[in-house]
Design a protein around this ligand. Structure first.
Ligand code: HGY
Ligand code: MN
Ligand code: MN
Length: 420
């Protein structure tokens, strides 16, 4: 079979812009920025739109038990291990227009361009809009990709949110089949390669003036919930030396969590994203406080090793205030190195297309991190303006998105004929 004309696979930029604008219209009008959280109505209607766009692009579309929207473009040898691309279209609260979206719409545009240029791949190409990649109120992200990888468990489905809702019930209410989602894992090693296009969500590519990032590793994430129990007292009459102030202990823990990452000898970040305190009155010393935080690193040893030390430091500091601190680890997502042969394929393809690239680790988590059991995996990054993401200001120029989609299409075409 003749080698594909990679130059011809350049995306239709106007069509891509129209898709980006159409998808961006699906958001919660009462929330800031682009808010399309998992299981919400804007998310539900947006995925119906994605399903229709996949069909318009000539893909056979199905929604699996976990609620993943999966489009298939048949190859000439459907029995060969397939190629897979995709990402997510759910957002954080007050998020932006490009996180995840460029990977889903980019995959659909790749399918259109392959068909329009008559470029028949040997292998089937799957384009997936994974369910619920973002962290949610159940403390478990990447719901759809975990299900495909066989990593979604019954314990996950039994998780409850602050309102007492059970994840499995909420998935069923959204139209998924949660018990079926536990039995739908794709065969281990059954995929020729998984390749995801995503915005960098950081400042590196823009600062280096480079169009493409070849992702070398995806950071692991450890999320924790710490509960502090002190004693409520009158805020006016209780001497400072006799208080058991749960919120003061939590505030100290926030800084301890921050210092833990700052002092790390390897790549590490930490964030306390939420804190709450009870009874929450001006004139009562807080009796109970809770904080939700996360640690991230591409260094697996540091990330797993730091947990014990951090939990005991938080408990010791709280005890010095007469407050009891209990740490619960909510999720563990190990750091995932991408596959060197896929990294090389992306880099080689970018060279062929004359696109400047640089190797880059991902501080953000991605569905790709869960695709490891299925086969070789890679990610392509495109620049984020000012390094901003998870905010309404999130932005990537259309021309940069087009370069990323072109690189995605051409790398998939090259991977198609590359040995397994
Ligand atoms: O949180 C993350 O890293 C990803 O954007 N969901
Ligand atoms: Mn994302
Ligand atoms: Mn995100």
């Amino acid at each position: 079979m003749a080698a594909p004309d990679l130059g011809a696979l350049v995306p239709d930029t106007e069509r891509l812009a129209a898709d980006l604008a159409a998808l961006a219209a699906y958001r919660n009008p009462d929330a800031p920025g682009w808010t399309r959280e998992v299981f919400t109505d804007p998310y539900r209607s947006e995925r119906d739109w994605v399903r229709d766009r996949m069909r318009d692009a000539g893909l056979e579309v199905r929604v699996d038990a976990a609620g993943n929207v999966i489009g298939r473009l048949a190859g000439t040898s459907p029995s060969a291990p397939p190629l897979v691309t995709g990402s997510h279209t759910d957002t954080v609260h007050g998020g932006g227009r490009f996180d995840g979206v460029v990977g889903v719409l980019g995959g659909i545009e790749v399918a259109r361009r392959l068909r329009e240029t008559g470029t028949r791949l040997t292998r089937d190409l799957y384009v997936i809009d994974f369910l619920g990649e973002e962290a949610n109120t159940f403390g478990i992200s990447c719901l759809g990709s975990r299900a495909i990888a066989g990593a979604l468990t019954g314990a996950h489905l039994d998780r409850r949110d602050a309102g007492g809702r059970r994840l499995g019930d909420v998935m069923a209410g959204f139209g998924a089949d949660p018990d079926g989602a536990l039995r739908q894992a794709w065969p281990a090693g059954g995929v020729h390669a998984y390749l995801e296009l995503h915005i960098e969500q950081g400042p590196v590519l823009e600062r280096q003036g480079v169009s493409l990032g070849v992702v070398t590793a995806i950071a692991g994430i450890e999320r924790l919930l710490v509960t502090f129990d002190g004693r409520a007292d009158h805020a006016g009459t209780t001497p400072m030396t006799e208080r058991r102030d749960a919120l003061a202990a939590a505030a100290q823990a926030v800084l301890t969590i921050e210092r833990t990452a700052c002092a790390a000898p390897v790549h590490a970040v930490s964030t306390t994203g939420r804190i709450e305190s009870l009874p929450g009155a001006f004139n009562v010393v807080p009796e109970r406080a809770r904080l939700w935080a996360e640690l991230r690193s591409v260094d697996a040893g540091w990330l797993s090793g730091v947990k014990g030390a951090l939990a005991s430091q938080i408990a010791t500091e709280a005890a010095a205030r007469g407050v009891e601190a209990a740490t619960e680890w909510l999720t563990d997502q190990d750091p995932v190195p991408t596959t060197p042969s896929v990294q090389d394929q992306i880099a080689h393809t970018a060279d062929e297309l004359g696109i400047r690239w640089t190797p880059i680790p991902s501080g953000a988590g991605h569905d790709a991190a869960h695709m490891t059991p299925l086969g070789p995996l890679g990610m392509i990054f495109i620049p984020s303006r000012g390094g901003r993401s998870h905010v309404p200001e999130e932005w990537t120029d259309l021309a940069q998105i087009a370069i990323g989609v072109h690189a995605l299409a051409a790398t998939l075409a090259n991977l198609d004929t590359a040995p397994g």
